[in-house]
Structure formats: C-alpha cells, structure tokens
Design a protein around this ligand. Structure first.
Ligand SMILES: NC(=O)c1ccc[n+]([C@@H]2O[C@H](COP(=O)([O-])OP(=O)(O)OC[C@H]3O[C@@H](n4cnc5c(N)ncnc54)[C@H](O)[C@@H]3O)[C@@H](O)[C@H]2O)c1
Length: 261
C-alpha cells in the first residue's frame, strides 16, 4: 500500500515525503545553508576555523566559539558548564552545532597524570556533551537541527602512538554520537560525527614535525595523501546540511583509507 506508507511517514514526522519533494536535489540546493544559524566550537584555528569559514560560504550565520579570545571569537571554555550556558545565551538558538574543540596530552598510560587524563576527557567528551544539550534545547524549539561532532580515527583504533586519554575520549564520542542521535531523533535533530586521520594543524605539530613519525603515518595512508583542514570541513558541511537529511548516528571517516585495513 504505497499510499498508506507515504501518508504515514508524512503524518509521523511532518517532514517526510513532502519535505523530500521540496528538495530539488540540485547540488546548489542540497549543500546550501542559506538562512541557517550555526555555532562552531574551537573555531579560532585549525579544523574549526576552516569549518566556520566553509559554513559561512554555504550561507550560514556562524558563531565562532573558542577558549582563546580573539577578534570575531566568542570566548568560552566548553568544559565548563557555566561558560557554555553563558555563551549559548549570547548566541541564541542555532540550527547547526559543530563540536570541534579538542585537545590531546600524548603520554603513555603509565606516565599521564590523572589531572591530564581528566582534562582531555573534560574538553573532548564532557565539553561536547554540554554544548550538545544546550544547543539541542534551542533546536527543539526550532523544530530540528544538526549536530556534527569531531571524533577521530583514534575513536576506532588504538592508534599508532601512545595517546590513551585521547583515544578513550574519541571512542566515547563515537558512541555518544549514536546515543544522542537516538535521543534527539524525535525532535528532528540529527547527530553525526567525522573521524579524521592525521591533519596538519597546531594539534599535530609533533607528528608532522618529525619525519620518522610522519613516515609511519604515511605507511598507514593507502591513498598516499593526508586530508587538509578543508577536506574535514567539506565532510562536516555535508553532514550538517539537507543532503544528509536521513543520516543520523554515523561517524564518517575522512581518513585516506586508514581504517580500511
Ligand atoms: N588535526 C588532526 O589530525 C585531528 C585528527 C582527528 C580529529 N581531530 C579533532 O579535530 C578537532 C580540531 O582539532 P585541530 O587539529 O583543529 O586542533 P587545534 O589545536 O588546531 O584547534 C583546536 C581549537 O580548539 C580550541 N579549544 C581547546 N580547548 C578548548 C576549550 N576548552 N573550549 C573551547 N575551545 C577550546 C583551541 O583554542 C583551538 O582553537 C579536535 O576535536 C581534534 O581532536 C583532529
């Protein structure tokens, strides 16, 4: 009974068949964010900055949040609940949230202090959770939205170099992405993640600055070329926009083949 199925989908969600038909599936239309508002955390540099720039080029009005104050940046520490609440009061409800702020303390499990361990988890995991739930409240009022998290290939593998706090935090991001996707689906909020391989930013200076280490990375890079920050931003744009309207709970590797082995 195709008629029944179509109307049931429409009635259940109010954004089913009719909404799909509103999309003309022209590249310019399925990748546009015209009229949308977005917040990007860790937008001061690296992947966050490239993402904020690209979302803006796609037509979104972008609030750039970072712990390091700078012109054009709203200062907030995502690991602190009060700070998150305050900055989102300033920003107001958004259609798109990119949880990008992240740190690493590259020490072995035997060497890392508990304070360092907790700081990595506080920013990479708790910060993402705090921003997601504050933003989700506003998205609920708006009738929907999209959250894109920065996971990592280290969320799916033990990695190439000892970095246990980071690997643990990113593994948790992969599964929190699924949990939030299920919890927020009813409200029309999609939650996805991207999992980059090594990308040249301030975070990876110790990797890219050491030819021996970089050689090992390239041995795990089947495509023979590593993504740039813009390549990660492109995947985030896809997941944030109408082209991905039926995608939720997934983590998309942008890894030049690292995880294919
Ligand atoms: N570069 C990579 O190879 C790579 C690979 C996989 C995943 N990632 C993830 O991508 C994200 C961005 O990484 P990047 O390489 O651009 O790093 P980066 O160090 O260049 O930039 C991180 C940004 O986050 C901000 N930040 C740090 N702590 C914060 C806090 N508590 N509150 C608000 N902002 C904070 C920093 O000030 C900085 O502007 C991170 O989540 C990282 O784990 C990066």
């Amino acid at each position: 009974m195709p008629g029944f199925a179509a109307s049931a989908i429409k009635d259940l969600r109010g954004r089913g068949v009719a909404a799909a038909r509103q999309l003309n599936y022209r590249p310019m239309e399925i990748f546009t964010l015209k009229g949308k508002s977005a917040a990007v955390t860790g937008a001061g540099r690296g992947i966050g900055k490239a993402t904020a720039d690209l979302l803006e080029k796609a037509g979104a009005n972008v609030a750039r949040i970072d712990v390091d104050p700078a012109p054009g940046i709203l200062a907030a520490d995502v690991s602190k609940e009060e700070s998150v609440e305050k900055v989102f009061r300033q920003v107001g409800p958004v259609d798109i949230l990119v949880n990008n702020a992240g740190i690493a303390v590259r020490k072995t499990a035997l060497d890392i202090t508990v304070a360092e361990w907790e700081q990595v988890l506080a920013v990479n995991l708790t910060g993402l959770f705090l921003c997601s739930r504050v933003a989700a409240r506003g998205m609920k009022e708006k009738g929907g939205g999209a959250i894109v998290n920065l996971a990592s290939i280290m969320g799916f593998s033990g990695g190439l170099f000892p970095n246990p706090a980071y690997q643990a935090s990113k593994g948790a991001v992969v599964n929190l992405t699924r949990a939030l996707a299920l919890e927020f689906a009813e409200a029309g909020i999609r939650v996805n993640a991207v999992a980059p391989t090594f990308v040249r930013t301030d975070l990876t200076t110790p990797i890219f600055g050491n030819p021996e280490v970089l050689k090992k990375v390239m041995e795990h890079t089947p495509l023979g070329v590593l993504p740039e920050v813009e390549d990660i931003a492109a995947a985030i744009l896809f997941l944030a926009g109408p082209a991905a309207r039926c995608i939720t709970g997934v983590t998309l590797p942008v890894d030049s083949g690292y995880l294919a082995r």
